[in-house]
Ligand binder design. Structure first.
Ligand SMILES: CC(C)(COP(=O)(O)OP(=O)(O)OC[C@H]1O[C@@H](n2cnc3c(N)ncnc32)[C@H](O)[C@@H]1OP(=O)(O)O)[C@@H](O)C(=O)NCCC(=O)NCCS
Length: 190
């Protein structure tokens, strides 16, 4: 599969990161996730930038983090990307199975294509995360992806609201295990 090109929406460009984004990416991550050293951010971005090309050379799906840029100012205000998501289907309400219910911590998982997103607090609540994520969903559904997944914690209302805006079905883990899987949004390509 070829790399995802830059995607254009009404207000945004959703594009691959470059090393020129280093400072803006660090500001974004510090504002959203907390302290990140420059060294760690540089290592991450180096990997992310190399990854686009390496995956394309292997004809692999275009996993990876992508920059959300405001068309009007050119400012990099967030990121949206595609990650492998490790989903224990048997603990979710609509796909629950007896084996997983008996031992949820060891529920069998399958890898799915997952979406993630982050927007700098100065630019939140303006519809940017949903607009950028929608562009990535549309591009991958055009490439015949069967479904997208997004995961988050029970109390991440903003993330769940973005899932709903994308039209995802919201699934709850019925158990306290596995502890890293709480909410799963599912969007089928119909
Ligand atoms: C989640 C996040 C990316 C949303 O970004 P955003 O650009 O503010 O989201 P949008 O403006 O596109 O909002 C989409 C919908 O979510 C709703 N929403 C956004 N933030 C919300 C909040 N804090 N509480 C409740 N609803 C919220 C919006 O109202 C909108 O719904 P509507 O159109 O029906 O009103 C942002 O809050 C963020 O970066 N959070 C920290 C990182 C994170 O948790 N990412 C998810 C990882 S699992």
């Amino acid at each position: 599969m070829t790399a995802l090109p830059s995607l254009e929406t009404e207000r945004l460009i959703v594009r691959p990161f470059t090393m020129d984004d280093l400072d803006a990416k660090q500001r974004l991550n510090q504002a959203v996730w907390g302290e990140v050293t420059e060294e760690a951010q540089r290592a991450y971005l180096t990997w992310a930038v190399a990854n686009y090309q390496q995956l394309a050379m292997l004809f692999q799906p275009p996993y990876g983090d992508r920059a959300i840029e405001l068309k009007v100012t050119g400012e990099m205000i967030g990121s949206v990307g595609i990650v492998p998501a490790w989903i224990p289907w048997g603990v979710l309400a609509s796909t629950q199975d007896t084996e997983s219910a008996a031992d949820p911590a060891n529920a069998r998982c399958s890898p799915e294509m997952g979406l993630f997103y982050a927007v700098h607090p100065d630019h939140q609540r303006k519809g940017y995360a949903a607009e950028a994520a929608r562009a990535v969903v549309d591009a991958m559904f055009k490439r015949n992806l069967k479904r997208f997944i997004a995961t988050t914690d029970f109390d991440n209302e903003a993330s769940i609201a973005v899932m709903r805006k994308l039209g995802m079905t919201i699934e709850r883990n019925q158990f306290s295990q596995p502890h890293w899987c709480q909410i799963v949004g599912v969007l089928e390509n119909k």
